[in-house]
Design a protein around this ligand. Structure first.
Ligand SMILES: [Zn+2]
Length: 208
């Protein structure tokens, strides 16, 4: 069976973790757009050189170029049995350009905003090595990391910044879900619970 899965969810929904576990279970690759762009640059392909130039000149990679990178990736032999696309497309514009393949499932991991804020807002990062710690596990700002650096809260992880990203998700990503609903491939999964509980719900959602 082919599994061409789009994994959708707000920041803090745990979708990256779920994508990795699912990838091993189904034996299909999982990728996020940021990684695809970096891989393409590293591979030095024609489109990779274009991406490199765009990034080096300080611009954002356009939806059109991102779609081109994805299209090239989906031609590789390791996606013969499918793939898991983590967090792409994320709005109607990107959805509109994703015309070169037919996903079989769109799984949305739903997490209430308070939960996302709690998960992301409690994140501390080591200023030196980048290791992430959780306030819920007893870490505080200024605590020492094992490497000798000290923990701080990144500006991306303050509540205002998280709220802004969640607003973008509500405004840009939620309207796209109707498209998948129309195609009959949308499954909504409750993202509150342990990693294992959420994974089981995703697997149940794939049996459709
Ligand atoms: Zn450290």
């Amino acid at each position: 069976m082919t599994h061409k899965i789009l994994l959708v969810g707000p920041q803090g929904s745990g979708k990256g973790t779920q994508a990795q576990i699912l990838s091993e279970k189904l034996n299909v690759p999982a990728f996020a757009m940021g990684q695809l762009l970096r891989d393409e640059v590293a591979a030095g392909t024609e489109v990779g050189m274009k991406v490199k130039w765009i990034l080096e000149s300080g611009h954002l990679v356009s939806d059109l170029v991102a779609a081109e990178v994805l299209q090239a990736r989906l031609k590789r032999p390791d996606v013969a049995n499918g793939y898991i696309l983590d967090g792409y497309p994320r709005n109607l514009e990107q959805y509109g350009m994703f015309t070169f393949d037919e996903p079989t499932h769109a799984i949305v991991i739903e997490v209430p905003r308070e939960e996302s804020l709690k998960r992301l807002g409690g994140r501390l990062t080591c200023e030196r090595c980048g290791k992430v710690y959780a306030m819920s596990s007893g870490s505080s700002i200024g605590d020492p990391c094992a490497c000798g650096g000290s923990l701080l809260q990144r500006s991306d992880d303050v509540p205002e910044a998280i709220n802004r990203r969640l607003d973008i998700y509500d405004h840009d990503t939620i309207p796209m879900l109707a498209k998948f609903e129309d195609r009959g491939i949308l499954r909504r999964v409750n993202g509150v619970g342990t990693v294992k509980e959420v994974q089981d719900r995703i697997l149940a959602g794939l049996e459709m």
